[in-house]
Design a protein around this ligand. Structure first.
Ligand SMILES: [Zn+2]
Ligand SMILES: [Zn+2]
Length: 219
């Protein structure tokens, strides 16, 4: 079963993706499980938790003071701007697991040293909004760290949903089993597209532009 473990919806300040559109694209692409990981928001899960047509993992992409952390399996919203250790402690208290997101991304990535922090439960090895080079490095770093890995599209618009995923055993039937499979490294593979170089240039310009519109505050 394909599981896209990094998806943004309209509850993220930088996305307008409607939940119904996200799910429609996911199903079209054969994705059986998604984690909605909005920036510092946990609202989507409440609206999706009773879906029968797709497994939805409660999640959040938490902006720690150092960089982005993917929380999976949490039961409440985790506040931003805390240290890595404080953030991971809160994720664990909320019943979830913490993964270092896109380690090599400019501004929002944790960087190599922080990604090695032993408090993490694992590493995001592939992200379809990362360049091929950053994905190769992230996958190598994740292998070196030796903990479980995640992957996802990091979609902010519905058409990008499903461009990154992990392959879970087909025996998984609910989000708790999905989280458990990920936590124990019981995944059959990781996949993601790469951001191409034209998109990369565009992304760098757009990110800087939005960053300037926010008065140079990070998300
Ligand atoms: Zn991020
Ligand atoms: Zn993201």
């Amino acid at each position: 079963m394909k599981a896209d473990l990094h998806v943004h919806s309209l509850f993220s300040p930088d996305s307008r993706a409607q939940l119904e559109d996200i799910i429609a694209v996911a199903k079209d692409r054969g994705i059986g499980c998604i984690a909605i990981t909005d920036h510092n928001e946990f609202k989507a899960f409440e609206l999706l938790k009773d879906r029968k047509d797709i497994i939805v993992i409660p999640g959040e992409e938490v902006s720690s003071s150092v960089g982005h952390i993917i929380a999976l399996g949490i039961d409440r919203q985790i506040p931003p701007r805390l240290s890595i250790e404080e953030t991971v402690d809160l994720i664990h208290e909320a019943g979830g697991y913490a993964y270092a997101a896109h380690p090599y991304r400019m501004w929002s990535g944790l960087g190599e040293d922080n990604t090695r922090n032993p408090c993490f439960d694992g590493t995001e090895a592939r992200n379809s909004r990362s360049t091929g080079r950053d994905n190769r490095r992230a996958q190598r770093l994740a292998a070196e760290i030796g903990k479980p890995v995640t992957a996802g599209s990091d979609a902010h618009v519905p058409r990008h949903v499903g461009l990154g995923y992990v392959e879970l055993p087909d025996t998984v039937t609910n989000w708790q089993e999905a989280v458990e499979a990920i936590r124990t490294g019981n995944i059959l593979g990781v996949f993601s597209e790469n951001r191409n170089s034209i998109r990369s240039i565009f992304y760098a310009l757009k990110t800087f532009f939005k960053f300037s519109l926010r008065g140079f505050r990070k998300i």
